[in-house]
Ligand binder design. Structure first.
Ligand SMILES: [Zn+2]
Length: 63
């Protein structure tokens, strides 16, 4: 079953319980709240918190 935007809208982030959004370009599901990114492999989302990466809002300034 192909993962659709509607399906992702019904999901909650396993890390924080926030709303998720589908990133079709990256084949990933991203949490709007904590910005964790869950990869989708062969139409199966990997919802393990340990596997998620956190997308930074902006590159951190070099200090
Ligand atoms: Zn989250």
């Amino acid at each position: 079953m192909k993962i659709t935007e509607d399906f992702v809208e019904t999901m909650l982030c396993p890390a924080c319980g926030g709303r998720m959004q589908l990133n079709t370009a990256a084949d990933a599901i991203k949490c709007r709240a904590c910005r964790r990114v869950y990869q989708i492999k062969d139409d199966i989302p990997d919802m393990l918190v340990e596997h998620a990466t956190i997308e930074e809002e902006a590159p951190a300034p070099a200090s």
